[in-house]
Design a protein around this ligand. Structure first.
Ligand SMILES: O[C@H]1[C@H](O)[C@@H](O)[C@H](O)[C@@H](O)[C@H]1O
Length: 520
């Protein structure tokens, strides 16, 4: 196995500080210069981001719709009321299957291509939605949620990868963030649908509606191209050139496209050289891929950063609000808790839109370092607000709270909004830019493992939140999330370099630096 330690010569020379990459074409090197890059992505790029992003909408819809579904099910499943265990299994089966599937779908994405995996996920979304809508037993509902979990697991890893591999570097952050816009819009939609249909107990429609966007997506994706980086990897450079030509906007840019394809080809060849030299013979692709991921310094670092960011995105506790905010607001005595919890989803969506506008200008690292302190402040204020309230886990919204407690409830609501705003602008989207950290040969596996980390941490948070609230008190639960954010902040300072505006090849080479590329 190849071990690229600090003392070995680098096979891929790091790009100089100017951001000049030795393998890529640089417009100022030739005359006449090709037209400057356009200030906004082409219609073609928007169309393919939209087509792939429908998976994000379904990811958000299917994870968001469960809270209202659970309260509308009544005795429709197995002809009896649901036990708390039924509810937890129905809820967590989705995250569990997403967790199990994401690393495996990375293998499929390397062998079948990124586009086909998106198509497989669309079909799973359709099948999962239909099973749920037709289910009459708890077991069938769990099956439907598990199939949706497989779709979410595959889509949540492959869509950002596909978009990142197709996006021009100046717009990559913005385009990957568009996928998160779709996720958060799906969550808002799920809350609105749940609120409107919940009144009529129409839960079959709530879950079944998820099949509609999945149908539309399957139709659109058939027309979309494959990722040029995958095409080069499987020896179809000619097709990659055609796709990249459309991405950078055709005429006058042929040499630029040539240079880009050369850059990718060289990276692929370098990696094959490493593999040949490393003697991975006889080992399965999976084992060899894992060895390259953890055995090569640059890859190991990329994996560590991607898992750190994905773990932090979930362990900061955001999804406990996504899943249980209605329960919290009900306990706080808000008259229409589902409407109040819609505020969380809408704040998340609106601030993700702001992130979309500024991410490529401000940068990934900087946006995280700016926004996490707001999350910590929001969590600590909320903890302070909770310290005046004794929550009852059995009473409903009819609780009569004294005025001082109502004041605290408002403090908690505002604090939660500050926290959600800080989350949406940074941690909610930056971890999904994970693929730009990895070298091409381990990009898919690395992204798959980082995505599994996200779902693993999501599963833990979903399972433990209510237990922690009871065992530690709400105040200390929120303090615990604040502590996790502070630790994460420190680790980001030390380990996460800025990758905004670099090509995927340049971003990866930053990690060869002694100080993890943080000072560059
Ligand atoms: O990026 C998304 C987004 O922030 C969602 O709101 C959240 O529910 C997901 O867990 C996360 O992965």
């Amino acid at each position: 196995m190849n071990n690229n330690s600090a003392s070995e010569p680098l096979l891929i020379p790091p790009s100089p500080p100017s951001g000049h990459h030795p393998f890529l074409h640089h417009p100022e090197d030739d005359s006449p210069s090709p037209p400057p890059p356009s200030s906004s992505p082409s219609l073609f790029i928007y169309l393919l981001t939209f087509s792939a992003g429908i998976s994000g909408l379904l990811f958000g819809y299917d994870t968001g719709v469960i809270s209202s579904t659970l309260v509308s099910l009544g005795t429709s499943l197995s002809s009896r009321p649901l036990t708390p265990l039924d509810k937890s299994i129905i809820t967590s089966s989705t995250s569990l299957f997403a967790l199990l599937v994401s690393p495996f779908s990375s293998i499929l994405a390397d062998s079948l291509g990124r586009k086909r995996v998106i198509l497989i996920a669309s079909f799973l979304f359709i099948i999962g939605a239909l099973i749920q809508a037709w289910s009459h037993t708890v077991a069938l509902m769990v099956l439907g949620r598990s199939v949706v979990g497989m779709a979410v697991g595959a889509a949540s890893f492959v869509v950002p990868l596909y978009i990142a591999e197709l996006a021009p570097k100046e717009h990559r952050g913005r385009l990957v963030t568009m996928n998160v816009i779709f996720i958060t819009a799906g969550q808002v939609l799920a809350y609105v649908v749940g609120w409107l249909l919940g009144e009529y107990g129409a839960w079959r429609w709530m879950v079944g509606l998820g099949a509609v966007p999945a149908f539309v997506q399957a139709g659109l994706m058939v027309l979309m191209p494959e990722s040029p980086r995958w095409l080069v990897m499987v020896g179809r450079s000619g097709e990659a050139k055609v796709v990249l030509g459309k991405v950078v906007g055709g005429k006058g840019r042929e040499r630029e496209v040539e240079g880009m394809v050369k850059g990718i080809e060289i990276e692929v060849r370098e990696e094959e050289g490493r593999r040949g030299g490393g003697g991975g013979g006889g080992k399965s692709g999976w084992v060899q891929g894992l060895e390259e991921l953890v055995g090569v310094r640059r890859n190991r670092r990329a994996l560590a950063i991607a898992c750190l960011l994905q773990g932090l995105q979930q362990l900061c506790g955001f999804n406990s609000l996504m899943y249980f905010s209605a329960t919290i607001f009900m306990m706080l005595g808000f008259p229409i808790p589902t409407l109040t919890s819609l505020v969380v989803a809408v704040t998340n969506f609106a601030l993700t839109l702001v992130a979309l506008l500024i991410i490529d200008k401000v940068g990934r690292r900087r946006i995280l370092l700016w926004s996490i302190p707001f999350m910590v402040a929001g969590l600590l204020f909320a903890a302070y607000g909770f310290s005046f309230i004794t929550l009852s886990y059995t009473d409903g919204p009819g609780d009569e709270n004294p005025p001082a407690v109502q004041g605290s409830a408002v403090v908690i609501l505002i604090s939660i909004m500050i926290y959600v705003a800080g989350y949406a602008i940074g941690l909610g989207n930056v971890p999904w830019m994970q693929s730009e950290l990895f070298a091409l040969n381990v990009r898919s596996l690395g992204s798959g493992i980082a995505t599994a980390t996200n779902w693993g941490a999501n599963f833990v948070i979903g399972l433990t939140f209510l237990l922690l609230m009871e065992a530690l008190t709400p105040s200390w639960t929120f303090v615990l999330y604040a502590v996790i954010c502070v630790i994460g902040y420190g680790m980001i300072c030390v380990f996460y370099p800025e990758t905004a505006g670099l090509s995927l090849e340049e971003a990866g080479s930053l990690l060869e630096d002694d100080n993890w590329g943080v000072r560059r």
